[in-house]
Design a protein around this ligand. Structure first.
Ligand code: GLC
Length: 432
């Protein structure tokens, strides 16, 4: 997918935004992502597997991303299309906006859960591909959560809660796709479809510009998390260009970071998603995924297609050991709650992080020449930022004696007792 950048191509208008990665982002390691929208009402997708492991032609018709419901139901013959007939009499997607009440939503309660994971930043969707904005965005003509459905400024509530909790705030914005703004047919198959079935003209570029400018002004985000692309007409420098948005963003947040999905313009870090986009996992990068196979809440998911606590911890540690950050997603229910399954995963991850954060937060990848990862037992390595300590994170029961190779020396280590679920952490000496 062209969404994932391999080689930085920086058009002249965007070259001036280059800067060293702010330390806070490299040190944070963990962010929490939230997908929430009218799609959380049907909350329906086939949990077929992880992105990057499924044939793209099969993917779209059986899309496991519940936030893609508006697209999937428009594909004749898709199981989602049939489900929409049976469960909702084929109702118009926009009816879900009014059915979405967010009646139990408490941003501080969500943020308390986020905070205890140890995450340094938090990124909610502000407009996903269905085009519904979670704040009173300019030009939306009432198609937003302030005028309809929840009747609340959800972006503002998340922002204020993050500020109170001392968690950095970012915004996800889909600039590439807006199924409401355009009349384009649903995306059905080939991998490249997504890049050609997107609005690219000046009308949409100006509309999206006004949205992101408003997000920057009202909520002062520290992470600009774009998705898919940016409308082509908005790329050349000018008063309503992506360059102008980056100027405003960095003027307000010199230490802010932007991901790599704002088209071939500028980015501070690369992204990969589930198993896709490994070519972006170098330099400063972030992998993102849901607890299950979907970002939006999906009623069809259960333990069998989701990470459990220990699985999420291993996934996180693996990313960190390779020098990346993890942006782990939860999908809120239409009423605004975190499901028990996702809550348990975040709680177990948080308990492990609070016991072993020294090996994780602010750490660096350890060169493989010093010590290499292994699958038996599962072992990953990190290093302290000053390079004086190497941490081995080993998934085996307490009391197991493991043999670790560090700088050519062999160390026998007995894994300690621990209260929390997840792997053990040991710090064998780096030199004799
Ligand atoms: C993809 C998907 C989307 C999800 C996102 C998260 O672009 O289209 O549904 O929001 O990535 O990385």
């Amino acid at each position: 997918m062209a969404m994932f950048k391999t080689d930085p191509v920086r058009p002249p208008a965007y070259a001036g935004f280059e800067k060293p990665t702010p330390a806070w982002f490299e040190d944070a390691k963990l962010g929490i992502f939230v997908h929430w929208g009218p799609y959380s009402v049907p909350a329906w997708a086939e949990p077929i597997g992880a992105l990057g492991t499924i044939d793209p032609e099969y993917w779209n018709i059986h899309n496991p991303y519940a936030e893609w419901y508006y697209n999937t139901v428009r594909i004749e013959g898709s199981p989602a299309h049939q489900h929409q007939q049976e469960a909702f009499g084929g109702a118009d997607y926009d009816e879900f906006i009014d059915l979405w009440k967010a009646e139990n939503f408490d941003a501080d309660a969500v943020m308390a859960l986020v905070k205890q994971t140890g995450a340094g930043y938090f990124v909610p969707t502000t407009k996903h591909h269905d085009g519904v904005t979670l704040w009173d965005a300019p030009g939306t003509d009432g198609r937003n959560t302030v005028a309809r459905g929840p009747k609340r400024d959800l972006v503002g509530e998340f922002h204020d809660a993050a500020e109170r909790a001392g968690v950095r705030f970012g915004v996800y914005y889909s600039g590439g796709l807006d199924w409401h703004f355009s009349d384009l047919p649903p995306i059905t198959g080939k991998d490249d479809d997504i890049m050609v079935s997107r609005p690219v003209g000046k009308d949409y570029a100006d509309y999206a510009f006004d949205h992101v400018a408003d997000l920057i002004e009202k909520y002062d985000p520290e992470v600009l998390w774009g998705d898919i692309e940016w409308p082509d007409a908005g790329k050349p420098d000018g008063p309503k260009s992506m360059a102008e948005l980056f100027r405003r963003f960095y003027a307000s947040r010199p230490e802010g970071v932007a991901n790599d999905r704002w088209g071939e313009t500028h980015w501070d870090y690369g992204t990969s998603e589930y198993e896709l986009g490994a070519s972006s996992e170098h330099g400063t990068w972030e992998n993102n995924r849901g607890v299950g196979f979907s970002f939006g809440h999906n009623r069809l998911e259960d333990e069998s297609n989701s990470l459990d606590g220990p699985g999420a911890i291993r996934y996180f540690v693996d990313v960190v050991s390779r020098g990346g950050n993890l942006l782990l997603n939860i999908g809120l229910t239409a009423s605004g709650e975190v499901t028990p399954l996702q809550r348990r995963v975040l709680t177990e991850l948080g308990a492990w992080n609070s016991a072993h954060g020294d090996a994780i937060f602010g750490s660096r990848a350890l060169p493989e020449s010093v010590a290499a990862p292994s699958e038996s037992p599962w072992t990953r390595w990190t290093a302290s930022a000053d390079g004086t300590t190497a941490y081995a994170i080993v998934d085996a029961p307490a009391g197991t004696v493991v043999t670790l190779e560090v700088n050519g020396a062999t160390r026998e280590v007995t894994l300690p007792e621990r209260d929390e679920v997840g792997p053990a952490v040991v710090a064998p000496p780096l030199s004799a």
